[in-house]
Design a protein around this ligand. Structure first.
Ligand code: ZN
Ligand code: ZN
Length: 365
């Protein structure tokens, strides 16, 4: 697997006129979190905190330190020449690099760029080459889609478990804790900090759970995801805790209509701006356009937010193998918020929805 991926990356590197590309985290090399290591993980299978790869037409090198020698042997295997370096990583890079070498400015700090330039000296021309691995990562292969689908199923199962036990009378923080604990019991981790936003807190799209107790006859938005074998899920449902007034019910129906239209529009060849506009148009027609202030969706994979984007400013065109969220919302400050989010696979035909939970307004106690 990593051989084929490295080959495709090497072709891109050659296309860019580079002799080699440094893949990995040049902000905190040696102490990389899951997002920072995602490109290396996709390329090599390595998921530790210290890993860099050098890929060029004729070279596949993987650099790590003593702590990960064993893991690198198991995960990276022989597709890459494995280098266990001892000492500053930039000196090791300096010894290895020649010619035109790409680095990703989005994964490099100014300070470390300076260190790298000093280490490679005059023999090397450092060239900013942004997003080459991400460009490949956005098209998922069948195993990746399966991994995301499995994470999504697990997340759905955890949410059902939570809803059966009830949410009314619990604090938002308690609900988030129970849901995250359940995902861990089922063998996953949360793919991001769970959002539980009840009543007026729902108007904060990225609300942090508070000590507010969920009351009767209000809306509660839960945005949650599981991470399983490195792959993320992301979904949102908004529930009612009893009878709702007409304003809330019709706002829910509006968001649901916009969401269904958005999912239907997810197709190979569709532009990210087009899908966003189709769903957003429904909310705008109802006079609520200003209440929907974020993009319609984003790609999901090893990271919970990755390309392609569905938004007013998207530059992306959807391709089979993309996995994107569709998540319109309406937020009325001081009153309520509603968001409905599914995870959808772009195929050559009909979109494949990975989110299994119903979307009709559901009353939970
Ligand atoms: Zn979400
Ligand atoms: Zn999302």
């Amino acid at each position: 697997m990593s051989e084929a991926r490295a080959e495709r990356l090497a072709a891109l590197v050659a296309e860019e006129g580079l002799d080699a590309l440094i893949v990995g985290d040049l902000v905190n090399p040696g102490d990389s979190g899951p997002d920072a290591i995602a490109n290396v993980r996709w390329l090599t299978g390595f998921a530790g905190t210290s890993g860099l790869a050098i890929v060029g037409p004729e070279r596949r090198e993987f650099l790590t330190d003593f702590r990960y020698a064993e893991l690198a042997e198991r995960r990276v295997g022989d597709a890459f020449e494995r280098v266990i370096f001892d000492g500053p990583v930039f000196e090791e890079l300096g010894r290895r690099l020649r010619g035109r070498v790409g680095f990703d400015p989005a994964a490099t700090s100014v300070r470390n760029h300076r260190k790298l330039a000093a280490a490679v000296g005059d023999d090397v021309e450092l060239v900013a080459a942004e997003g080459l691995v991400e460009r490949l990562r956005r098209v998922k292969d069948a195993d990746e889609v399966d991994a995301i689908a499995a994470a999504s199923r697990l997340a759905d199962e955890a949410l059902e478990w939570l809803l059966e036990r009830g949410i009314a009378g619990k604090t938002e923080r308690r609900i988030a804790f129970e849901l995250e604990t359940r995902m861990r019991e089922l063998g996953a981790q949360p793919s991001f900090p769970t959002i539980v936003a009840s009543g007026p807190n729902g108007a904060l799209p990225h609300a942090i759970p508070t000590d507010r107790e969920v009351g009767p006859n209000e809306l509660v938005t839960i945005d949650w995801g599981a991470k399983l074998d490195g792959y993320c899920s992301d979904g949102t449902r908004t529930f009612a805790t009893g009878e709702l007034d007409e304003e809330l019910r019709s706002a829910y129906e509006l968001v649901l209509r916009a969401q269904l239209a958005g999912v239907d529009a997810v197709a190979a060849g569709a532009h990210g701006r087009e899908v966003d506009a189709l769903s957003r148009g429904i909310i705008e027609e109802a006079g609520m356009g200003e209440r929907f202030g974020h993009g319609l969706g984003h790609g999901v994979g090893l990271q919970v937010h990755e390309p392609p984007r569905l938004s007013k400013r998207s530059e992306d065109t959807l391709e089979p193998g993309n996995v994107v969220t569709v998540e319109p919302g309406v937020y009325v400050p001081g009153r309520f918020g509603i968001r409905i989010e599914d995870l959808v696979v772009v195929t050559a035909g009909e979109p494949k929805n990975l989110s299994g939970l119903p979307k009709e307004l559901r009353v939970v106690s």
